[in-house]
Write a protein that binds this ligand. Structure first.
Ligand code: ACM
Ligand code: ZN
Length: 763
């Protein structure tokens, strides 16, 4: 038994009474049917075997009673779906009794007791009752999600529970990729089951406008459709009927839909529909590439303001939420700086900067919404020209915005990129990292403003609908526990391991609910060690629980003499030549449908002494000073930890092979991703030497001005034949491309140079 019980509970069990404890009692590894409880309730007491308390056994016929004025529609539908012969009864006959109580149970609080074939739930209102229903549902066997008409059993428990944070949300970006209304409802169901209560619905963006506005039909007709780089068309928009159904569906589950209408930036789709909304009036397409665009709503044009007010009026008709999210993030000010209308507005109002113009603009929007009884929320950039009156702040660039907001006396919601961005790969934020999040930093405590909530953000640039569930879950489940249960649960020693056990139990339900979770973390990692010169020892190891799989080394097509090697996770392959190790990942011995690729190279320079003429960026060290000759090569993910990079500098490096070798080929690969300011080197030079002092040119390549098609992320290898030339030292110089070119959004900023690895093949 690994439960740690508080003194109150121990006494309670001994005396047969339930006695409350101030903090959660159940830590350690959960077990039995309570194992599926996620998030963990504030207090969970099990009836021990030494007490007379019996649990609950149903033969499939169920009498249920609840107060007349509480709508329990989702529970009714679920009981019917589970095939149970249930009926609404008088409270005295009820096996499952829902009661109103005036006891202060805390926000969304409830008590739930299962004992002697009776379930009793008490709550102050229907919202608390709904949260209790999700707990009761998680206590029932997972198979009931599909049907348990012959009945089920429940363990004897007493639960007391309430919410740590009032606002527990998921941002769903249905703009970059449109998501079907039925999918949005599935998501709401999955969130509600984990006691999340906000769907922050991102409905307008550069790459797509999805919100139906009768006054401006072209927003969806023109702004809702884009032509992708390959010529295919991506489009979609919700109807008012879709939205009414989704809002009602969410409300039944006590989930508030907070719509986000982005302004003044991220507005290219609107400008495509109505070019007069922008500063230049230029007709622009709905973009198909990602990033931050210079063209935004004109802040000096009264017609643009009137347009936005009309859009928000219709938005308020569709969404009853008190909070309306107005975006406010990532607004370049270059158009405003050049626009006569914007400049005239600044002069008229005596504003000193474009940041102040943004605050004025948002203030006017905020005042309009306040007259309708609504409150605006915006991303933390809205603080930059002074906090717009009454605005709530959503902190995404770390926690500073939230701290500043609380100091300024307003409320904040936290969703920092460090823990809450579910579009980020597992390599940046895995489940354990998400679960470790502490949403209330000390600096934000004790001020008039408060951190009232947390959100996880699912931006969909790289996630069409079929990938979204696997990015959201299980990380959103970890964050649901962070937001509902709080640090009293999540920061306990051993809490993460206990959470994983409960997550496994919860996951059994997901198969029935349209939730297809992804992995907890990057499943495997690669270790490349020195072997004989010209060869490296490559071992793939599991990086999360239950991970394994088959490992294959395949040489690059340019390497006809190298062999294909095969093994398993945990075994070592001896690799010579350039190629990639592919891991066909298995979880618990079953294929996970995930292939992890690690480019490697066994070569003469691997793990040999290396001299660098530069200091790599602290963000891209490649893992250390040996990174450019460690046998591991960078992958298509420039954040994989293998790439080494500098900004605005050249890279020069020399490897010492120890003794003269006959060179067959040298190679380096560089990264190209112009949207992230990463360009190919202007020139690559190879030099060789016998003594390390006098170098001869082996060859050079000009790569100036090469661009990736459609701005895609690309790895570009640069190889040179060695012709059998004898050399002990090989020097590689990569000349930086200089500043980003004039057409680039970051024109005049120093560009990045990414490289890995200096490969030397020969004998
Ligand atoms: C954001 O991620 N741009 C709020
Ligand atoms: Zn303007």
């Amino acid at each position: 038994m690994t439960w740690r019980l508080c003194l109150g509970l121990a006494l309670g069990l001994m005396s047969g009474l339930w006695i409350g404890c101030a903090s959660p009692q159940v830590h350690g590894l959960p077990q039995g049917q309570t194992a599926g409880l996620v998030p963990m309730p504030a207090s969970l007491k099990l009836r021990g075997e030494n007490s007379q308390g019996r649990g609950f056994r149903s033969d499939g016929v169920l009498k249920v009673s609840w107060p007349e004025h509480w709508a329990m529609t989702p529970m009714e539908a679920w009981l019917t779906h589970a095939g149970l012969a249930w009926s609404r009864s008088h409270r005295d006959d009820a096996q499952v009794l829902w009661s109103h109580t005036d006891q202060p149970l805390g926000p969304e609080g409830y008590t739930l007791t299962v004992e002697n074939d009776r379930v009793v739930v008490e709550a102050q209102d229907a919202e608390g009752a709904f949260r209790a229903w999700t707990t009761l549902r998680q206590l029932m066997p997972a198979v009931c999600e599909q049907g348990c008409p012959r009945g089920f059993e429940l363990p004897a428990v007493a639960i007391q529970d309430s919410a740590y944070l009032a606002h527990r949300g998921l941002l769903l970006d249905c703009c970059r990729h449109f998501m079907a209304p039925s999918f949005v409802k599935d998501m709401i169901d999955a969130l509600a089951l984990q006691k999340m209560n906000v769907l922050h619905w991102h409905l307008t963006e550069d790459q797509g406008w999805r919100l139906p506005i009768e006054a401006y039909p072209k927003l969806t007709e023109v702004g809702g459709v884009r032509t992708e780089a390959d010529g295919t068309v991506h489009g979609g928009a919700y109807t008012k009927q879709d939205i009414a159904e989704i809002v009602a569906y969410a409300a039944e589950r006590h989930v508030t839909v907070v719509p986000e209408v982005e302004l003044p930036g991220h507005s290219r789709a609107a400008l495509a529909a109505y070019p007069w909304l922008g500063c230049t009036g230029d007709t622009l397409p709905v973009p198909h590439n990602w990033g931050v665009f210079k063209d935004v709503y004109c802040a000096g044009n009264d017609s643009t303001m009137a347009f936005l007010k009309a859009v928000l009026d219709e938005t308020c008709e569709m969404f009853p939420s008190e909070v309306i999210h107005i975006g406010g993030d990532e607004v370049p000010k270059v158009r405003w700086a050049e626009c006569p209308k914007c400049q005239a507005k600044m002069a008229e109002l005596g504003l000193h900067s474009e940041a102040e113009l943004q605050t004025h603009f948002i203030n006017e929007i905020g005042a309009h919404l306040a007259r309708k009884g609504r409150r605006i929320m915006g991303w933390d950039e809205i603080l930059e020209g002074g906090l717009p009156e009454g605005a709530m702040v959503q902190s995404w660039r770390g926690m500073d915005g939230a701290v500043e907001a609380t100091h300024l006396g307003t409320d904040a919601v936290v969703s920092p990129t460090s823990h809450c961005y579910l579009d980020y790969p597992l390599r940046s934020t895995d489940l354990e990292e998400a679960y470790s999040f502490v949403p209330l930093p000390e600096e934000a405590m004790g001020h008039e403003g408060q951190i009232v909530g947390g959100e996880c953000n699912m931006w969909s640039e790289h996630a069409p609908q079929h990938l979204v569930m696997s990015k959201v879950f299980p990380r959103a489940t970890g964050l649901a526990e962070v937001f509902w249960s709080g640090p009293a649960v999540t920061q306990q020693p051993g809490a993460y391991d206990a959470f994983l056990v409960r997550l496994d139990a919860l996951s059994q339900r997901w198969g029935f609910l349209g939730v297809t979770p992804g992995l907890e973390g990057v499943p495997v990692e690669v270790d490349v060690q020195p072997d004989t010169q010209g060869q490296v020892a490559v071992t793939v190891r599991p990086a999360i629980r239950n991970a394994g799989g088959l490992v294959t080394f395949t040489p690059d097509s340019e390497m006809p003499s190298a062999e294909v090697l095969r093994g398993r996770v945990g075994e070592t392959l001896r690799v010579s030549g350039i190629g990639s190790v592919d891991v066909d990942v298995a979880m618990r011995g079953r294929k996970a449908g995930v292939v992890e690729r690690f480019p490697v190279a066994g070569h003469l320079g691997a793990h040999r002494p290396l001299e660098l003429s530069y200091v790599p960026s602290v963000h891209y060290t490649g893992g250390g000073p040996q990174a450019m000759a460690d046998g591991r090569r960078g992958s298509l993910d420039f954040r994989d930890g293998a790439w080494q990079a500098v900004q605005g500098q050249d890279m020069m490096l020399t490897v010492d092979l120890g003794e003269p070798k006959a060179l067959e080929k040298v190679q380096v690969q560089c990264y190209l991703y112009q949207d992230a300011w990463i360009f190919l080197p202007r020139e690559i030079r190879w030099e060789v030497s016998q003594d390390g002092d006098h170098f001869d040119l082996l060859g050079s390549t000009q790569a100036n001005d090469v661009l990736a098609p459609d701005g895609r992320q690309t790895v570009v290898p640069f190889s040179l034949e060695g012709g059998g030339k004898q050399a002990r030292f090989v020097k590689l110089t990569m000349v930086n491309a200089g500043v980003c070119p004039a057409w680039h959004d970051a024109a005049t900023e120093p560009s990045w140079l990414f490289a890995d690895e200096l490969v030397v093949l020969g004998r």
